[in-house]
Design a binder for this molecule. Structure first.
Ligand code: E4P
Length: 220
């Protein structure tokens, strides 16, 4: 399963990229709004750091405007993936973008029926929002499992991108279920590293190594 960051914050993207584990980035209008930069410049900066797919979302109630925005975003860099919402206009815009060779990520997906539509128009990615499903008292992981099952049975090529992940267990369970990608906030990605036994063990190894070197230096 590939690991994406769900952020538009450049410092965090740089840090995760330096860790060597970053396969791509997803942004959305809410995340972009926090960064105080023109959106095309922001997307360009991210694509300069990350060679993998970078999702950039169109924002309009109108199909043709979404198509025009999507074409502009796609010109920013080869690795831009245009995010369209799972609305009637969004799906119609997505289908048109796919027809002209633009890769799309269908976002705001909350049901298996919606995921069928995304696959049907040839989306590169479909993004079920697990955390937001949990927020309303349903199980986001069940939604993910249903989508993965349907896509497997139907041999759809659209990749399942588990989104709206809130904690490391969401990431681990998404991997078990068979998501192709998990996108997560920086804070969640950081937590993937953490285990107290790693810290204790590492400290012990460092101390023992230092004592060993010291013993060699002092001849005994
Ligand atoms: C997906 O691409 C979205 O940007 C994101 O995962 C939304 O997550 P949230 O529910 O934490 O806002």
């Amino acid at each position: 399963m590939k690991l994406f960051l769900d952020t538009a914050h450049i410092d965090d993207i740089r840090t995760a990229s330096e860790w060597g584990i970053l396969d791509g980035v997803t942004t959305n209008p809410t995340l972009a709004a926090k960064e105080g930069m023109e959106f095309p410049d922001l997307v360009k900066t991210i694509t300069d750091i990350v060679p993998g797919p970078v999702s950039a979302e169109v924002v309009s109630p109108d199909r043709d405007e979404m198509v025009a925005q999507g074409k502009e975003l796609a010109q920013i860099a080869d690795n831009v993936v245009v995010k369209v919402p799972l609305t009637r206009h969004g799906v119609a815009a997505g289908a048109r973008l796919v027809d002209v060779g633009v890769k799309i990520n269908v976002t705001l997906v909350f049901s298996p029926a919606q995921a069928l539509l995304a696959a049907n128009i040839g989306a590169t990615f479909v993004s079920p929002f697990l955390g937001r499903v949990d927020d309303i008292g349903n199980d986001g992981l069940d939604l993910l499992a249903e989508i993965v099952q349907i896509y497997g049975v139907q041999a759809y090529e659209t990749e399942v991108l588990a989104a709206s992940l809130r904690h490391p267990q969401h990431v681990v369970e998404s991997a078990k279920i068979g998501a192709d990608i998990a996108t997560m906030p920086f804070a969640v990605m950081e937590k993937l590293f953490n285990h107290p036994l790693t810290d204790i063990g590492n400290e012990r190894f460092n101390q023992d190594w230092a004592a060993y070197q010291e013993a060699l230096r002092s001849g005994g």
